[in-house]
Design a protein around this ligand. Sequence first.
Ligand SMILES: *[C@@H]1O[C@H](CO)[C@@H](O)[C@H](O)[C@H]1NC(C)=O
Ligand SMILES: *[C@@H]1O[C@H](CO)[C@@H](O)[C@H](O)[C@H]1NC(C)=O
Ligand SMILES: *[C@@H]1O[C@H](CO)[C@@H](O)[C@H](O)[C@H]1NC(C)=O
Ligand SMILES: *[C@@H]1O[C@H](CO)[C@@H](O)[C@H](O)[C@H]1NC(C)=O
Length: 360
Amino acid sequence: MWRKLPFLVVLCTLLPSLVHCADCPERATNGYCVVENVTEPYEQVIFPEDERLVWIRNSSIPVFNRSLFAPLAPVENLMIHRLKIEQLDLDGCDKLDILFASYNAIDRISAVEGLPLRQLHLYQNRLTDVSALQALTDIEQLYLHENLLESLRLDTFQPIQQLKILTLQRNRLRTITAGTGNKPLVMPRLEQLFLQFNQLPHLDTGLWRMERLRVLDLSHNQLAYLLTFLEELPALRTLGLHHNPWHCGWLFGMLERLGARELDTDDGLIGMDDEASCPGLRLEDRLCCSENATTPDPVLLLVSRTGIVDELQQQVRGAKRRIETLEEAQRKQSHQFGELAGRLAAIERLCTERSMDNAS
Ligand SMILES: *[C@@H]1O[C@H](CO)[C@@H](O)[C@H](O)[C@H]1NC(C)=O
Ligand SMILES: *[C@@H]1O[C@H](CO)[C@@H](O)[C@H](O)[C@H]1NC(C)=O
Ligand SMILES: *[C@@H]1O[C@H](CO)[C@@H](O)[C@H](O)[C@H]1NC(C)=O
Ligand SMILES: *[C@@H]1O[C@H](CO)[C@@H](O)[C@H](O)[C@H]1NC(C)=O
C-alpha cells in the first residue's frame, strides 16, 4: 500500500535505479518501466500501477485498443514499438502525452476526440489512410514517414492547429491536395514538413498558408516545376529540391528568387545532385534540371503569380492612359470641329452678306 505514496511515485520516476519500486517488474536504463509477454486475455496481464513511462516489449498485440489502454490509464509516455500491431484505436488513454507506435504493421487507426496527445510516432507502419488523426487536435509532432500513403488531403491536418512537425517522407505519395475548392490551407504553427522520397509529379502550394514553415523537403520526387516560387511561405529557410526532374527555366527562376530571399542557397538548400547522376544541366553546381522536362506551359503562365499581377496592373494602367489620351484627343477634335463649324458658318455668313451686297 505504500507504493501509492506520491513521494515514492516521484522517486520511482526520477531515480528508478536507486529506489525499489514494487509496481515495476523491470526498469530500463531510459527510465521506462518494462512490461513483457503481454498475451490475451489481457485482463490477466498485470500492468504496473501509477507508472507514467511504460515500455511494452516482446509481445504480439494485433489489436491495441481501449481494452489495453484502460489498465494503462495513468501512463503519459508509452512505447509500443515492434509488437506486430495491425489496428490501433486511440481511446481511453486520457493522460497520454507521447506515444511511440512505430515498427508495427498498423493499417487501421482510429482516435476519439479530446485526447491530450502531443507526440505521435507512427513511422514504419502500413497506413494508407490517416484521416482519423484529425480528432487529435493537440498534436504538435506527427511522424507518419515510411508508411503506404498514396494520396493525401492536407486539410486533414487543418484541425490540428498546434501541429509543428509533420513527416511524410518515404511514403508512396502521388497526389497531395490542399483540400476541396479554393479554400486556403491554414496551418499556422507548422514549422517543418517532410515530403522527400515520394512520387509526386505535381504539387500546388498556391493555397498553403503556413506562416511559420521553416523547413520543406521536396527532394527525391518527380517534380518538374511548382506553380509558384514558394513566395507564400515567408518563413522558409531550408528547402530540399534535389533529385527531381526540374524544368530548367523554372529551376533557374527558383534559384534566382531563393538568392534574393533570406534563404541563401548555401545554407538554405539541403542536398545536391552530383554531376555523375545528372543527364541534363546542373545549375549553380548543385541542382540538376532537364531542358525538355514535362510541360512548361504553367511555368510560362505562372513564372510568378506576383509577376503576372504586376504585369496585368501595368497593362491596365497603360490602357487607362491610352483611353485618357483618346478622350483628350476626342475632346480636342470636337472642340476643333466646333471651331471649324463656327468658321464655316462665319464664312457662309460672309458669303451671303457679299452676295446680298452684290445683288443690291
Ligand atoms: C517472457 O517470456 C520469456 C520466455 O517465456 C521469459 O524468459 C521472460 O523472462 C519473460 N519475461 C517476463 C518479464 O516475464
Ligand atoms: C518473448 O516472449 C516469448 C513468448 O511470448 C518467448 O518465447 C521469448 O523467449 C521471449 N523473448 C525474450 C527475449 O524474452
Ligand atoms: C479490443 O480488441 C480485442 C481483440 O480484437 C477485442 O476482443 C476487444 O473487444 C476490443 N476491445 C474494445 C474495447 O473494443
Ligand atoms: C530529353 O532529354 C533526355 C535526357 O535529358 C534525352 O534522352 C531525350 O532525348 C530528350 N528528348 C528530346 C525530345 O529532346
